[in-house]
Design a protein around this ligand. Structure first.
Ligand SMILES: [Zn+2]
Length: 239
Protein backbone atom coordinates (compact mmCIF):
# COMPACT_ATOMS: atom_id res chain seq x y z
CA UNK A 1 0.00 0.00 0.00
CA UNK A 2 1.32 3.46 -0.82
CA UNK A 3 1.61 6.13 1.88
CA UNK A 4 -0.86 8.24 -0.11
CA UNK A 5 -3.55 5.61 0.27
CA UNK A 6 -2.77 5.15 3.96
CA UNK A 7 -3.03 8.92 4.38
CA UNK A 8 -6.48 8.92 2.79
CA UNK A 9 -7.60 6.36 5.33
CA UNK A 10 -6.13 8.23 8.26
CA UNK A 11 -6.81 11.80 9.33
CA UNK A 12 -3.40 13.40 9.09
CA UNK A 13 -0.82 12.83 6.39
CA UNK A 14 1.96 10.94 8.11
CA UNK A 15 3.04 8.27 5.65
CA UNK A 16 5.88 9.80 3.70
CA UNK A 17 8.01 7.93 1.15
CA UNK A 18 9.89 5.21 2.98
CA UNK A 19 13.04 5.78 0.96
CA UNK A 20 13.40 9.54 0.48
CA UNK A 21 10.94 11.00 2.97
CA UNK A 22 8.91 12.92 0.37
CA UNK A 23 5.58 13.76 1.99
CA UNK A 24 3.20 12.34 -0.60
CA UNK A 25 4.08 8.72 -1.27
CA UNK A 26 1.85 8.38 -4.30
CA UNK A 27 2.15 5.63 -6.88
CA UNK A 28 3.49 8.28 -9.27
CA UNK A 29 6.14 9.24 -6.72
CA UNK A 30 7.25 5.63 -6.23
CA UNK A 31 7.24 4.64 -9.89
CA UNK A 32 8.62 7.83 -11.43
CA UNK A 33 9.45 10.62 -9.01
CA UNK A 34 11.59 9.28 -6.16
CA UNK A 35 15.17 10.53 -5.96
CA UNK A 36 16.17 7.43 -4.00
CA UNK A 37 14.94 5.11 -6.74
CA UNK A 38 16.68 6.79 -9.69
CA UNK A 39 19.05 3.90 -10.25
CA UNK A 40 16.03 1.58 -10.42
CA UNK A 41 14.42 3.79 -13.07
CA UNK A 42 17.62 3.50 -15.09
CA UNK A 43 17.54 -0.29 -14.75
CA UNK A 44 13.91 -0.35 -15.91
CA UNK A 45 14.80 1.87 -18.86
CA UNK A 46 17.72 -0.43 -19.71
CA UNK A 47 15.47 -3.49 -19.69
CA UNK A 48 13.45 -1.94 -22.52
CA UNK A 49 16.57 -0.66 -24.28
CA UNK A 50 18.11 -4.15 -24.18
CA UNK A 51 15.01 -5.70 -25.74
CA UNK A 52 14.99 -3.15 -28.56
CA UNK A 53 18.67 -3.67 -29.34
CA UNK A 54 18.18 -7.44 -29.38
CA UNK A 55 15.17 -7.23 -31.69
CA UNK A 56 16.74 -4.67 -34.04
CA UNK A 57 19.68 -7.05 -34.46
CA UNK A 58 17.42 -10.06 -34.91
CA UNK A 59 15.30 -8.24 -37.48
CA UNK A 60 18.18 -7.54 -39.88
CA UNK A 61 18.76 -10.51 -42.13
CA UNK A 62 22.02 -9.21 -43.56
CA UNK A 63 24.34 -6.23 -43.12
CA UNK A 64 23.63 -6.23 -39.42
CA UNK A 65 24.45 -2.72 -38.24
CA UNK A 66 26.77 -1.91 -35.35
CA UNK A 67 24.46 -0.65 -32.64
CA UNK A 68 25.73 1.97 -30.22
CA UNK A 69 24.20 2.55 -26.80
CA UNK A 70 24.43 5.69 -24.73
CA UNK A 71 27.20 7.18 -26.81
CA UNK A 72 27.85 10.29 -28.89
CA UNK A 73 27.34 10.01 -32.63
CA UNK A 74 30.35 9.51 -34.89
CA UNK A 75 30.30 8.84 -38.60
CA UNK A 76 33.51 7.61 -40.24
CA UNK A 77 35.33 8.43 -37.02
CA UNK A 78 34.18 12.03 -37.15
CA UNK A 79 31.99 13.67 -34.56
CA UNK A 80 29.86 16.79 -34.65
CA UNK A 81 31.04 20.09 -33.25
CA UNK A 82 29.10 22.25 -30.87
CA UNK A 83 26.51 21.57 -28.25
CA UNK A 84 24.79 18.68 -30.04
CA UNK A 85 28.03 16.72 -30.20
CA UNK A 86 27.67 15.99 -26.50
CA UNK A 87 24.25 14.35 -26.70
CA UNK A 88 24.27 10.62 -26.09
CA UNK A 89 21.16 9.01 -27.50
CA UNK A 90 20.05 5.73 -25.93
CA UNK A 91 20.64 3.87 -29.19
CA UNK A 92 21.98 4.86 -32.59
CA UNK A 93 23.08 3.00 -35.69
CA UNK A 94 23.46 3.39 -39.42
CA UNK A 95 21.59 1.05 -41.72
CA UNK A 96 21.28 1.36 -45.52
CA UNK A 97 22.88 4.79 -45.34
CA UNK A 98 20.27 6.05 -42.89
CA UNK A 99 21.03 7.15 -39.38
CA UNK A 100 18.58 5.99 -36.72
CA UNK A 101 18.61 7.74 -33.36
CA UNK A 102 16.43 6.11 -30.73
CA UNK A 103 15.33 7.59 -27.45
CA UNK A 104 13.36 5.60 -24.90
CA UNK A 105 11.39 6.98 -22.00
CA UNK A 106 9.20 5.35 -19.36
CA UNK A 107 7.12 8.16 -17.80
CA UNK A 108 4.09 8.02 -15.55
CA UNK A 109 1.07 7.95 -17.84
CA UNK A 110 -1.82 10.22 -16.92
CA UNK A 111 -3.77 13.25 -18.05
CA UNK A 112 -2.77 16.69 -16.83
CA UNK A 113 -5.30 19.22 -15.55
CA UNK A 114 -5.62 20.70 -19.02
CA UNK A 115 -6.30 17.23 -20.40
CA UNK A 116 -2.94 16.53 -22.00
CA UNK A 117 -1.53 13.03 -22.07
CA UNK A 118 1.83 12.94 -20.26
CA UNK A 119 3.09 10.26 -22.65
CA UNK A 120 2.57 12.67 -25.54
CA UNK A 121 4.16 15.54 -23.62
CA UNK A 122 7.25 13.46 -22.97
CA UNK A 123 7.40 12.42 -26.63
CA UNK A 124 7.38 16.06 -27.71
CA UNK A 125 10.07 16.91 -25.15
CA UNK A 126 12.33 14.22 -26.55
CA UNK A 127 11.77 15.46 -30.10
CA UNK A 128 12.56 19.03 -29.05
CA UNK A 129 15.72 17.93 -27.26
CA UNK A 130 17.04 15.97 -30.26
CA UNK A 131 15.74 18.13 -33.10
CA UNK A 132 18.97 20.06 -33.58
CA UNK A 133 21.03 16.90 -33.43
CA UNK A 134 19.02 15.46 -36.31
CA UNK A 135 19.49 18.63 -38.36
CA UNK A 136 23.22 18.79 -37.64
CA UNK A 137 23.76 15.14 -38.63
CA UNK A 138 21.91 15.68 -41.88
CA UNK A 139 23.96 18.79 -42.62
CA UNK A 140 27.34 17.39 -41.70
CA UNK A 141 27.14 13.95 -43.25
CA UNK A 142 24.31 14.39 -45.77
CA UNK A 143 22.71 11.32 -44.25
CA UNK A 144 19.00 10.72 -43.91
CA UNK A 145 18.44 10.87 -40.14
CA UNK A 146 15.47 9.58 -38.19
CA UNK A 147 14.70 10.29 -34.56
CA UNK A 148 12.66 7.41 -33.17
CA UNK A 149 10.93 7.83 -29.81
CA UNK A 150 9.74 4.83 -27.82
CA UNK A 151 7.48 5.90 -24.98
CA UNK A 152 5.96 3.29 -22.68
CA UNK A 153 4.27 4.25 -19.44
CA UNK A 154 5.61 2.80 -16.22
CA UNK A 155 2.40 0.74 -16.11
CA UNK A 156 2.99 -0.70 -19.55
CA UNK A 157 1.05 1.39 -22.07
CA UNK A 158 2.81 2.27 -25.33
CA UNK A 159 1.73 5.23 -27.43
CA UNK A 160 0.45 4.49 -30.94
CA UNK A 161 3.43 6.34 -32.34
CA UNK A 162 5.77 4.09 -30.36
CA UNK A 163 4.08 0.99 -31.73
CA UNK A 164 4.49 2.36 -35.26
CA UNK A 165 8.12 3.08 -34.46
CA UNK A 166 8.74 -0.47 -33.24
CA UNK A 167 7.28 -1.64 -36.54
CA UNK A 168 9.53 0.78 -38.44
CA UNK A 169 12.66 -0.42 -36.60
CA UNK A 170 12.01 -4.14 -36.95
CA UNK A 171 9.73 -4.49 -39.96
CA UNK A 172 7.72 -6.97 -37.86
CA UNK A 173 4.07 -7.36 -38.68
CA UNK A 174 0.97 -8.58 -36.93
CA UNK A 175 1.60 -11.42 -34.55
CA UNK A 176 5.34 -10.87 -34.24
CA UNK A 177 4.93 -7.13 -33.74
CA UNK A 178 2.15 -7.66 -31.25
CA UNK A 179 4.26 -10.11 -29.30
CA UNK A 180 7.20 -7.67 -29.19
CA UNK A 181 4.92 -4.83 -28.06
CA UNK A 182 3.59 -7.08 -25.32
CA UNK A 183 7.12 -7.96 -24.30
CA UNK A 184 8.08 -4.29 -24.02
CA UNK A 185 4.90 -3.59 -22.08
CA UNK A 186 5.43 -6.54 -19.76
CA UNK A 187 8.99 -5.46 -19.04
CA UNK A 188 7.93 -1.90 -18.25
CA UNK A 189 5.49 -3.38 -15.72
CA UNK A 190 8.11 -5.84 -14.50
CA UNK A 191 10.62 -3.00 -14.06
CA UNK A 192 8.02 -1.00 -12.16
CA UNK A 193 7.20 -3.93 -9.95
CA UNK A 194 10.89 -4.19 -9.07
CA UNK A 195 11.00 -0.43 -8.45
CA UNK A 196 7.96 -0.74 -6.22
CA UNK A 197 9.29 -3.63 -4.19
CA UNK A 198 12.92 -2.48 -4.40
CA UNK A 199 13.94 -5.94 -5.63
CA UNK A 200 16.90 -6.57 -7.88
CA UNK A 201 16.21 -6.43 -11.62
CA UNK A 202 17.91 -9.73 -12.32
CA UNK A 203 15.34 -11.79 -10.42
CA UNK A 204 13.76 -14.39 -12.66
CA UNK A 205 10.13 -13.62 -13.47
CA UNK A 206 8.82 -16.74 -11.71
CA UNK A 207 10.11 -15.55 -8.36
CA UNK A 208 7.99 -12.50 -8.05
CA UNK A 209 4.64 -13.36 -9.26
CA UNK A 210 2.03 -13.62 -11.78
CA UNK A 211 3.21 -11.66 -14.80
CA UNK A 212 2.74 -13.63 -17.98
CA UNK A 213 4.20 -12.92 -21.37
CA UNK A 214 1.20 -11.02 -22.57
CA UNK A 215 1.46 -8.71 -19.61
CA UNK A 216 -2.22 -9.12 -18.92
CA UNK A 217 -2.50 -11.02 -15.74
CA UNK A 218 -0.21 -9.31 -13.32
CA UNK A 219 -1.62 -8.84 -9.91
CA UNK A 220 -3.28 -5.43 -9.86
CA UNK A 221 -3.37 -5.52 -6.08
CA UNK A 222 0.37 -5.08 -6.04
CA UNK A 223 -0.20 -1.64 -7.47
CA UNK A 224 -2.88 -0.90 -4.91
CA UNK A 225 -5.72 -1.17 -7.31
CA UNK A 226 -4.19 1.13 -9.89
CA UNK A 227 -4.56 -0.61 -13.20
CA UNK A 228 -2.48 -0.32 -16.28
CA UNK A 229 -4.60 0.26 -19.35
CA UNK A 230 -5.98 -2.80 -21.00
CA UNK A 231 -4.18 -4.55 -23.77
CA UNK A 232 -6.77 -3.22 -26.21
CA UNK A 233 -5.19 0.20 -26.07
CA UNK A 234 -2.22 -0.97 -28.01
CA UNK A 235 -3.55 -4.04 -29.71
CA UNK A 236 -2.50 -3.64 -33.31
CA UNK A 237 -5.41 -5.76 -34.47
CA UNK A 238 -7.62 -2.84 -33.53
CA UNK A 239 -5.82 -0.47 -35.80
ZN1 LIG B 1 10.75 8.78 -2.40
Amino acid sequence: MTGEIKDKREDEPKNPCKLCGYQNESLMHILNGCQSRKHKYTERHNLIEGILVEEIRKAQQQNKPIIFRNSTIRVNGEKLDGEESRLKPDIWYIKDNKLFIIEITIPYGQYTEDNQNTLEIRTEEKKAKYNNLVIRCQEKWAIETHLITIVASSLGVLTKESIQNVHLLTGYKWRRLNSLINRISMNAIRGSYLVYTNLEMNQPVERYGNINHRGEEHDHQRFNGEQHASNDEYNINER
